[in-house]
Structure formats: structure tokens, C-alpha cells
Design a protein around this ligand. Structure first.
Ligand SMILES: *[C@@H]1O[C@H](CO)[C@@H](O)[C@H](O)[C@H]1NC(C)=O
Ligand SMILES: *[C@@H]1O[C@H](CO)[C@@H](O)[C@H](O)[C@H]1NC(C)=O
Ligand SMILES: *[C@@H]1O[C@H](CO)[C@@H](O)[C@H](O)[C@H]1NC(C)=O
Ligand SMILES: *[C@@H]1O[C@H](CO)[C@@H](O)[C@H](O)[C@H]1NC(C)=O
Length: 521
């Protein structure tokens, strides 16, 4: 009897702590649109995104090359490599003349999402109320007998972490602003792009064109990025810029999209998913783990998740206290819920996504056309935009990138298609997410099998992006034009102000009914 009790106690002790971030060396940190850039791109500066046959980063340091000329696709080992001392000091390689005639970067087009930021003004008071919830949780754990009777539980270290947490309501003036982590990550990216393409990111302001909305989050992003590029000189270099909001937020000026897509989110797949057993079960488990015998309000759980991912993005080296409330599996469900939301609003679910995203395709196609036509250095050579989630995702749909064969829906969470989905906010849209297209001028007679003199390398978060019929993100210019030229040329936002498409018949019928009612009856 005694033994049986002891065994029972041991068993429940073991199962009661299903999460413990304090002792987890590798916690789950993919938090959808609020994932820190580093977690997606842990070794950004050691990666060689241009590990594509025939490309090298730059040749401006005559004699010393950066990057890798030829990488074996399968083994990932260099066949013919050329590095700067900093990158791989052990490797000294002599370059054969014919191999050195690969490609030269000629222009770059870069679309950036802003970095980590403070909570928005409308989140502040809700997040502050988590202070009370924290106290309730700690009280639950102080109840006599709680630890022996309650399952699952947070581990003692996570509880201690939570007890030290508080959220002090910000001065509203600073709501939504970049945090220092978000600012520094943006600086890092400026430095990183310059390190990769020094011949493009020069100190000549005529080489640049910046585009962003005239709002604090974006003007700060611009400042951070240019500080990264030019260091102390940044202040003194006046950069050409375009602050037309229509360029970076076309959807905001699109009544058709607002009405047909953005305002109808009550029907979204996310809500279907959240009405399913797998989501309800998660709510129950989180409530239990926090010491409640009833399901706590979903909005509150959502807020805890929000705080968990904010804190992690603000300081990636620290444990984020509210994350202790969630198991990995819980976090994956939140991640999917958000993936569904962006899939519906900005993704493949809506045929309006590529119709809005084409504005970006048009922007880079025309930018590069100019360079290709001149076949000589043209200014500007660097186009940089600061924008937000919808624009990046709509561009992806226009490019046909990250397209799942099976649509994401609220009821296929457990399918392998969804578990291995391409459409993942954590990967494609973390803080500081970016999409780049780099135009290379190549020697088509080289050994690399290029047809065209011009090639475009597509990068997502500084890693090669999969585009149909391109090799590892590198596309022939003629292919880019045949694939996207028409989209760019026919791109216009006339549909935004046209009559409603689906409901015209309904509204006509209603008008008729109203007419009959008034005049015939
Ligand atoms: C090339 O690298 C060597 C050794 O690191 C260095 O001494 C030299 O200055 C570099 N040359 C150029 C042009 O950067
Ligand atoms: C908020 O910050 C602004 C700018 O620093 C300051 O002028 C204002 O007095 C602050 N408001 C409060 C309530 O502290
Ligand atoms: C889209 O809807 C959200 C709320 O669901 C709202 O905050 C946002 O302002 C809307 N966007 C536009 C451009 O109307
Ligand atoms: C919830 O807890 C039960 C019992 O511990 C477990 O079987 C189930 O997988 C959990 N569900 C989730 C979504 O974590």
C-alpha cells in the first residue's frame, strides 16, 4: 500500500511538470510574426547565401575575394572557394582566372519589415492587467495541498521567474516604437548588407533610394539602418527618399480589399481552428498549468502568449517568464492560428493578395530593367523600403513563393501537409524580415551555364529563396521577365475602387426589393 502510494506520488510528480523553460536549453522560440530575427537566422553572418554556382559577393577588394564561387549542391562543400581573411582565415585559395569571371552585383532591391517594437497603444492596458493574473497564479500555487493534487504544473524555477515579472505601463508616446533590440537588429542588418555588397552600398548618396511611410517606426528603422551602413557618417549623408505611403501600404488605399478581406475576418479559418477540440484542449491545459480548475478566458491566454513572445523578442538572451505557461505543442498551436490569419488576409487564401503584391514586383522589375537596358552602372543602385507584414506577404504571393499545395484550413492542423507547411510566419515574417532581389551582371561564356548576361538572386531573410524554375534562388533575367514582366506591366489598383464583385447581385436584389416595397406595396 505504502509502495503503491509512493509510486503514485512519483508518477504524478513526473507528469506534473510538462513544461519547464528554466531548465530547457533549447526552448521553442518560433513565435510567428513576433519571432526574433536571430532565431530564424541564427548564424546570419556565417551563412553564405550566395552559395550559388558562379556568384561571388564582390570583387572590390582586388585580389581578395569574399564568398564562395562554387559550392557543391549535395555535399555543401566548396569546390572552388575564395574568402576574405575574416571569413575563413585558414583557407588560402588561388583563383583560376576563368572562375573569377563569375558575376558582379549590379543593383539590389530590398524590402524590410521593421524590428521588434513596444506594444501598440491599444494593447497597453490589457497587458498591464497581466500583473493581476500573475498574482492569481502565484496565489493558486500557495494554496495548501495544491502541489500534490494539481496537474499539470509549472516547475518551481518558472514560477519564481514569473513572480519577478511585471509590466509597467509605458508612456503612451512610446507605444509601438522600436525597442532598443529592434533598433540594434536593424543597425546590424545595415552593416551586414554593406559587408556583403560593398560595391553597391557605397557612401555616395546618389546610389540609394529609400522608401517608407513617414511614421516613427519607419523613420527610426531608416535611421538605424543607415547608421549600420555608414556609422558616424550617417547623419551627414542626405539620402534620397520617398515618403509616399501608397507605395508601402497599397492595401490601406484599397476599399475592395478592406471590405472583402480585412473586414470579413470573422469568417476566417483562424476562428474555425480556435473552435476545434485541439485548441480547446490547449486552453484547458494552460489553465490547469496556471492553477485554475476552469478554462480561463481565451483573450487572457492570448495576452499571456503575446507577453511571452514580446519579452523574448526584447531580450533574446533572457528567459521569457510567461512562456512557462505554455508547452511546445501549445506554442505550435498559437503559431498555426496566426499563420491561418495571415494566410487568409495577406496570403494565398485571397486572390487579392497577389493583385496588391504586384506593386512590389512592378517596383523591382522596373528598377532592374533600367540597369539591364543601360548595361552599365546606373544610379540609384540600391532600393530600400521599410514596411510591414502585409506587404511582405503579399509580395510572396505575387512571386508564387512559399505556396503550399494543400491550402491551410482550420481543420487540417494534424495533417503532415500543415505540419511541414511552407506558409510559416515564424520563418518568413519574423521581426526584421526581409526580401531582397540582387541583380548580377555575369559572363555568360563562363563555366557556370548561364544563358543570360543578367541574373537575379532572390533572398528571403538573407537566405536563398525558392522560386520556380530558378536554381537555388538564382534566376535568368529572361525567366524573370517571362514570369513577372506581364504581372508588373498589368499591375494596377483599379480593382480597389470598383463595385463589389461578389455582392453586386445581392445588393441589386435588395435595391429592387426596397423599391417594390416603397412604390408598389
Ligand atoms: C588582401 O588580404 C591580405 C591578407 O589579409 C591583406 O594584407 C591585403 O591588404 C588585402 N588586400 C586588399 C586589396 O584588400
Ligand atoms: C510622455 O513622454 C513625453 C515625451 O518624452 C513627455 O513630453 C510627456 O510628458 C510624457 N507623459 C507622461 C504622462 O509621462
Ligand atoms: C484591417 O483590420 C484590422 C482589424 O481587424 C484593423 O486594425 C486595420 O486597421 C484594418 N486595415 C485597414 C487597412 O483597414
Ligand atoms: C493536454 O494535456 C493532456 C493530458 O496531460 C495531453 O494528453 C494533451 O496532449 C495535452 N494537449 C495539448 C494540446 O498539449
Amino acid at each position: 500500500m505504502r509502495w503503491a502510494l509512493l509510486l503514485l506520488a512519483l508518477a504524478s510528480a513526473a507528469s506534473s511538470q510538462d513544461t519547464c523553460i528554466s531548465s530547457d536549453d533549447d526552448p521553442y522560440v518560433l513565435f510567428g510574426t513576433k519571432t526574433a530575427y536571430n532565431f530564424v537566422n541564427r548564424q546570419l553572418s556565417n551563412r553564405r547565401p550566395e552559395d550559388v554556382p558562379g556568384l561571388r559577393w564582390d570583387t572590390s577588394s582586388a585580389g581578395n575575394f569574399t564568398g564562395c564561387l562554387i559550392l557543391h549542391a549535395k555535399t555543401q562543400q566548396c569546390k572552388y572557394c575564395c574568402f576574405t581573411a575574416g571569413l575563413a582565415s585558414k583557407m588560402v585559395v588561388t583563383i583560376r582566372a576563368d572562375l573569377a569571371q563569375g558575376c558582379q552585383p549590379a543593383a539590389i532591391w530590398l524590402l524590410n519589415r521593421h524590428g521588434a517594437h513596444n506594444p501598440e497603444a491599444d494593447e497597453l492596458s490589457e497587458l498591464e492587467r497581466l500583473n493581476n493574473y500573475k498574482d492569481n497564479v502565484l496565489n493558486n500555487y500557495r494554496t495548501p495541498g495544491f502541489r500534490t493534487n494539481h496537474n499539470p504544473q509549472m516547475c518551481a524555477a518558472d514560477l519564481a521567474l514569473l513572480s519577478g515579472w511585471s509590466f509597467n505601463i509605458l508612456n503612451r508616446t512610446f507605444a509601438g516604437d522600436l525597442t532598443s533590440a529592434g533598433y540594434m537588429q536593424t543597425q546590424d542588418l545595415g552593416r551586414e548588407w554593406r559587408r556583403r555588397y560593398p560595391s553597391l552600398f557605397t557612401t555616395n548618396n546618389h546610389d540609394y533610394l529609400f522608401k517608407f511611410a513617414n511614421e516613427k517606426r519607419f523613420t527610426d528603422s531608416f535611421r538605424a539602418f543607415t547608421e549600420g551602413l555608414f556609422g558616424a557618417q550617417a547623419e551627414s549623408i542626405v539620402m534620397p527618399r520617398d515618403n509616399d505611403e501608397k507605395l508601402v501600404r497599397p492595401y490601406k488605399f484599397c476599399p475592395t480589399w478592406i471590405k472583402e478581406v480585412n473586414d470579413t475576418s470573422q469568417n476566417s479559418q483562424r476562428n474555425i481552428f480556435e473552435s476545434k477540440r485541439e485548441f480547446a484542449e490547449m486552453v484547458t491545459n494552460v489553465s490547469l498549468r496556471l492553477g485554475f480548475n476552469y478554462d480561463i478566458d481565451r483573450d487572457i491566454i492570448q495576452r499571456m502568449y503575446q507577453m511571452c513572445r514580446y519579452n523574448k523578442a526584447w531580450d533574446i538572451t533572457k528567459k521569457s517568464p510567461w512562456c512557462g505557461a505554455f508547452s511546445r505543442e501549445d506554442l505550435r498551436r498559437f503559431e498555426y492560428a496566426e499563420d491561418l490569419e495571415t494566410y487568409t488576409k495577406y496570403g494565398y487564401q485571397s486572390d487579392l493578395s497577389p493583385k496588391l503584391g504586384c506593386t512590389q514586383v512592378k517596383d523591382f522589375v522596373n528598377f532592374f530593367r533600367n540597369h539591364v537596358k543601360e548595361d552599365a552602372p546606373v544610379q540609384p543602385r540600391v532600393s530600400v523600403q521599410f514596411a510591414e507584414t502585409p506587404l511582405l506577404l503579399m509580395l510572396l504571393t505575387a512571386l508564387g513563393a512559399r505556396h503550399d499545395n494543400v491550402p491551410l484550413t482550420g481543420d487540417n492542423y494534424h495533417t503532415t501537409a500543415v505540419q511541414s507547411r511552407q506558409w510559416s510566419n515564424s520563418i518568413m515574417d519574423p521581426f526584421n524580415a526581409n526580401i531582397a532581389a540582387v541583380l548580377y551582371r555575369c559572363n555568360p561564356n563562363g563555366n557556370f551555364g548561364f544563358k543570360d548576361r543578367y541574373q537575379i538572386l532572390f533572398l528571403q531573410n538573407a537566405q536563398t529563396m525558392k522560386i520556380d524554375n530558378c536554381r537555388d534562388g538564382l534566376c535568368e533575367w529572361s525567366h524573370v521577365i517571362s514570369k513577372f514582366g506581364d504581372l508588373a506591366d498589368k499591375c494596377n489598383l483599379d480593382f480597389c475602387n470598383s463595385a463589389p464583385r461578389l455582392n453586386s447581385f445581392v445588393s441589386l436584389s435588395l435595391t429592387l426589393v426596397a423599391f417594390c416595397f416603397r412604390y408598389v406595396m
